[in-house]
Design a protein around this ligand. Structure first.
Ligand SMILES: CC(C)(COP(=O)(O)OP(=O)(O)OC[C@H]1O[C@@H](n2cnc3c(N)ncnc32)[C@H](O)[C@@H]1OP(=O)(O)O)[C@@H](O)C(=O)NCCC(=O)NCCS
Length: 191
């Protein structure tokens, strides 16, 4: 009988330098709720899910992370600094064949230390290690200047704009699309 091929996935844990990325587990419920609750006002302008945040919604999110890890629809990680949750970053298969999108947020006690940049660099490298992936995007609201600093610093190219699925409170709902291609990344890393 022919075996069905297992989907390719990045590792459960990635050393991103400034942080360790460890895939979200259902067992992270208490610690992740604490991290989000401490970050609510910082996240509110840009993360639409904050409006409905609760222990139950977080439990649902973590269960979804597990499900989507298994189906290879998304690979979501806790950012850990000295074992504490400092944010979240992930790769999502929602931009069509051959592409993965990176998303991130950082706890306000850990911002401006390069965590989002280091995590995105590590995830970009992991994305291009997966078979068939030839582009990685980062998309943020056009008013989210802080988020735009991450792809800019990593050498992504701003390729256009598109409406976001959900308008964030602090934004216009128009997203800036930044893209890195596989050849561009190899050139950046090997330079
Ligand atoms: C956007 C966010 C993830 C950045 O995380 P971070 O770990 O602080 O980012 P980094 O330290 O890697 O910063 C990378 C670059 O982004 C820019 N940047 C980051 N924060 C900034 C800010 N508050 N104001 C202006 N530029 C900023 C800078 O260019 C910075 O480089 P520099 O520190 O060398 O000047 C964080 O502020 C956050 O969680 N914001 C709320 C949630 C959010 O917007 N998520 C993204 C949705 S698309």
């Amino acid at each position: 009988m022919r075996q069905r091929a297992e989907p390719s996935r990045p590792p459960d844990e990635i050393d991103a330098g400034a942080a360790v990325l460890r895939r979200w587990l259902v067992a992270d419920l208490e610690a992740s709720c604490d991290a989000v609750l401490a970050s609510l006002e910082h996240l509110r302008p840009w993360m639409p899910w904050v409006a409905d945040f609760s222990r139950a919604s977080q439990a649902e999110y973590l269960a979804g992370c597990e499900r989507e890890w298994q189906s290879a629809e998304s690979f979501n990680y806790a950012m850990l600094v000295d074992g504490a949750i400092a944010g979240s970053a992930g790769l999502m298969a929602r931009i069509g064949p051959g592409g993965l999108e990176i998303g991130y947020w950082v706890h306000p006690a850990y911002t401006r230390r390069g965590l989002a940049t280091a995590s995105s660099a590590a995830l970009t490298g992991q994305a291009f290690a997966l078979p068939g992936i030839d582009r990685v995007q980062i998309v943020h609201d056009e008013l989210n200047v802080a988020s735009g600093g991450v792809p800019r610093k990593l050498g992504f190219t701003a390729t256009g704009r598109r409406p976001l699925d959900h308008k964030p409170l602090g934004g216009t709902g128009i997203g800036v699309v930044w893209e890195m291609t596989r050849p561009q990344w190899h050139e950046t890393v090997c330079r």
